[in-house]
Design a protein around this ligand. Sequence first.
Ligand SMILES: [Fe+2]
Ligand SMILES: [Fe+2]
Length: 245
Amino acid sequence: MIVIAHVSDTHFDGGPRAAERSGRVLAYLAALPHPVDVVLVTGDIADHGLPHEYEQAAKVLAAVPGALTLPGNHDVRAAYRTGLLGEPAADGPINRTAVVGGVTLALCDSSIPGRDDGRLDDETLDWLRSVLTGTDGPVLVCMHHPPVELRSPFIDSLRLHEAQPLAELVEEFPNVVAVLCGHAHTPAATTFAGRPLLVAPGVASRLRLPWEGEDPPLDYDAAPGLAFHVLDDDLRLTTHYRFLS
Ligand SMILES: [Fe+2]
Ligand SMILES: [Fe+2]
């Protein structure tokens, strides 16, 4: 069994508010009497993709050593690489894997430079295929943009478009256990290509749903939250959500 703490959309902007909200979540995780196996942050790490925002992010994320991150639409690849990964600046997609307790996390870059909606480009799809063919073990596909509509017109217009190639990959590989996303700033659970699709709440703000009144679409007073994904040895996935007021 592994436990993944899934955090998303920290939107570090150099100011005290983002640092406090993310710090609250990470302090909670750091103080757990039984540490989780891994902390995953699914994008929009920085608010404007600026170097000083990644500097702030790196400092706050250091509360949980080994946290895994992937980029979102608010991130900028070159600054993300230098600020969070200690790699030379480069503009190509940031795709990485991590193996935790025998489970492969495929961290996909669904961002499109200069845009807010998402897409997996050919390089990323080829990379994901190579990850899936390279293991018989369970795989969690992780990316910023949900590849389906969540019934929120605001966020649905900014979802991962052209999701069919990803759906075909997921259908081809039964070892894909689930897809984990952020971006929507709302805890949500649905399905994609017959697998669970689980969305972490946003740290920075919470999405207002159509029936809650969408003007404005984001609630900045709502408590930050996170998801815990528990993957049993028999590959049954259970998700719990927590909010930290
Ligand atoms: Fe976001
Ligand atoms: Fe986003």
